[in-house]
Every structure is written in C-alpha cells, then in structure tokens.
Design a protein around this ligand. Structure first.
Ligand SMILES: Nc1ncnc2c1ncn2[C@@H]1O[C@H](COP(=O)(O)OP(=O)(O)O)[C@@H](O)[C@H]1O
Ligand SMILES: [Mg+2]
Length: 155
C-alpha cells in the first residue's frame, strides 16, 4: 500500500500491532528516511506504549519497552556493518521471549533472522509518500490479516 504521511505510516503500524503475539519477529528493510522508525512508533502505540518514547536504538543493540500489552524489543542494525556477527548474537535471545522483536535493517545480517518472520519493505516514492509492503515467512503468520499490496489506507 502507499502511505501519504508519517501519521498514516504510524496508523499502519498501530493496526499491525493488534495482530502481533509474543515471539513474533519483524524484519524492516528500506533506505534511510523510508519510514521504518516512524512505523515502529505506531506499532508501539498500538501495543499501548507511548509512541513518542520510541527513539532509534543507535548506541545499543536493542531497546526494550515493557509498558504495553506485550513487550517490544526494537533493534537497528544500520551501524553494525562490518561488525562481526558474533556481536549480534544477543538478539536471538529475544526471539523466543515474551515480546515482539522488531529489527530495522535486518537485511544487513540475514543470518540473524529466525526461520519464521514478518518482512516489511519501505520505499520512498516522494517527500510524503512511502510504499509499504508486507511479506510473511512461515506458517506462524498464516491466518492473520495483513494489508494487501494495492489497498488504500483506512483513515
Ligand atoms: N508517508 C510517510 N511515512 C513515513 N515517514 C514519512 C512519510 N512522509 C514523510 N516522512 C518523513 O520521513 C522520515 C522517515 O524517517 P524514519 O521513520 O526515521 O525512517 P527510517 O527509520 O526508515 O530511516 C521522517 O522524517 C518522516 O517525517
Ligand atoms: Mg530508523
């Protein structure tokens, strides 16, 4: 689908949050400024975490938010290029935990992902428009209702 504003991207995240369960892993890919962190803010709000508290986890591997319906673990691998994969091993411990793990730039280290995950692609179309696609990997995510490729956002 195409989002036409940051608010719309947040709404999309908040809607997805309703479908999420403990143990889910989300892999977010897309260039800088394509809306990944904005989406995570909406996701956090949808989980009942104040969205404004979500910041890019630049200097830590994972930021934890425990005030929502289920915990949110937010990671960003952007700065990890060239870092030995061993440095990111801690991330796996979150996957089977009690919360939802969201990884920005997961494509930088594909081997870090579990067998089943939800992939979300962000693409900048113009200053205010972003294409957002979702692609489930694995039976764990079957039977959940995600937005369709050509759907127009609800407001
Ligand atoms: N439709 C949109 N969805 C998301 N962000 C948008 C949109 N239109 C403009 N923006 C702007 O683009 C930037 C996205 O930044 P951010 O979410 O941090 O991206 P990323 O995490 O992918 O680097 C923000 O400044 C936001 O205000
Ligand atoms: Mg970001």
């Amino acid at each position: 689908m195409v989002s036409h504003s940051p608010e719309e991207t947040q709404r999309l995240g908040a809607e997805l949050a309703r479908q999420l369960q403990a143990g889910d892993v989300l892999a977010l890919t897309g260039e800088i400024g394509s809306g990944k962190t904005t989406f995570v803010r909406g996701l956090a709000e949808g989980l009942g975490i104040p969205g404004s508290s979500v910041a890019s986890p630049s200097f830590v591997l994972v930021r934890e938010y425990h005030r929502g319906r289920i915990p949110l673990y937010h990671s960003d691998l952007f700065r990890l290029e060239g870092v030995p994969e061993a440095m990111t091993v801690g991330l796996e411990e979150y996957y089977e935990g009690d919360g939802v793990t969201v990884i920005e730039w997961a494509n930088k280290i594909p081997a870090i992902l579990p067998e089943q995950f939800l992939e979300i692609f962000f693409e900048t179309i113009d200053s205010e428009s972003r294409k957002v696609r979702i692609s489930p990997h694995g039976p764990r995510y079957e039977g959940r209702e995600f937005w369709k490729e050509n759907e127009t956002p609800r407001s």
